[in-house]
Design a protein around this ligand. Structure first.
Ligand code: ADP
Length: 247
């Protein structure tokens, strides 16, 4: 199959934990600029799929190609370097630093002889921090300490810390959990805006949010692909109805 238009091509992916197949012969393809949402009941394998893509868990079988580069043989930091950013459920921001400093610290530093903690307050960094702060609705709070931000603002800050690194694929695990309705709307706006030049892979349970962002939905069940397509299509798929009514 021709793969040049896919940012991500997952083929025949499997992983076993002590003989239990958490992901079982899974294939799916994400287009450049697409927002793909993965849904499925608890234990379906959603988090494990993201763990496999970012290199945290190693596949037992199958292939994961990101812009035609095979990720299954790469280490976690090499995958980040290749352009895959992953946000976990709990924000890992520096609470005692400002919004500006959190974003600045995430700026890719290369292999400077000055080491990782060298601050490079040059124009390029300041411009990028300002651009990202606008995107994540925190432009007016650049000098606020992160611990004073609301839960939603902390989540946006962490998305911003990934955007500073310009990933071509951004992976988010339940990004709107615990957010207010207004914050959910703004998060949808944020994701829709950033996919002009990148793709997003999201695990989500909130169906209103899925409707607001998903270009296509992949439904997992017991580690396998159960259904795929528009939200409308998968919602009406009898296999999906059966699994969700059964839980
Ligand atoms: P989901 O995110 O869809 O709720 P997970 O990917 O977290 O599902 O888990 C899928 C299945 O794999 C679950 O049954 C879980 O207990 C199991 N699992 C996940 N990670 C591990 C692990 N490191 N060791 C053993 N079992 C695991």
């Amino acid at each position: 199959m021709e793969q040049k238009d896919f940012v991500l091509a997952v083929e025949g992916l499997s992983v076993s934990f002590d003989g239990f197949k958490a992901v079982n012969d899974l294939s799916f393809y994400v287009d450049e600029g697409e927002i793909r949402v993965i849904i499925g009941p608890n234990g379906a394998g959603k988090t494990t799929v993201l763990d496999l893509i970012c290199g945290r868990t190693k596949a037992t079988d199958g292939s994961i190609k990101f812009r035609n580069k095979e990720l299954t043989r790469m280490k976690e930091h090499q995958i980040v370097h290749a352009g895959v950013g992953r946000k976990f459920q709990n924000p890992s921001i520096y609470e005692d630093l400002t919004v500006f400093e959190n974003l600045e610290l995430s700026f890719p530093r290369g292999h400077s002889v000055f080491g990782a903690l060298t601050f490079r307050r040059d124009k390029q960094v300041i411009d990028k921090v300002t651009e990202v702060a606008e995107m994540i609705f925190l432009a007016d709070l650049l000098h606020q300490r992160a611990d004073l931000l609301s839960h939603g603002q902390k989540q946006w800050l962490e998305i911003g810390m990934l955007l500073i690194q310009d990933p071509a694929l951004l992976m988010l695990d339940e990004p709107v959990a615990g957010m207010s309705v207004a914050e959910r709307k703004k998060t949808a706006e944020l994701l829709n805006r950033i996919t002009r030049d990148r793709s997003v892979l999201v695990i989500e349970h909130d169906m209103q949010f899925v409707e607001d962002i998903a270009h296509r939905v992949t439904v997992l069940h017991q580690g396998r692909l159960l259904s795929e397509g528009s939200l409308e299509r998968v919602k009406n798929d009898p296999k999906v109805v059966e699994v969700y009514l059964g839980h």
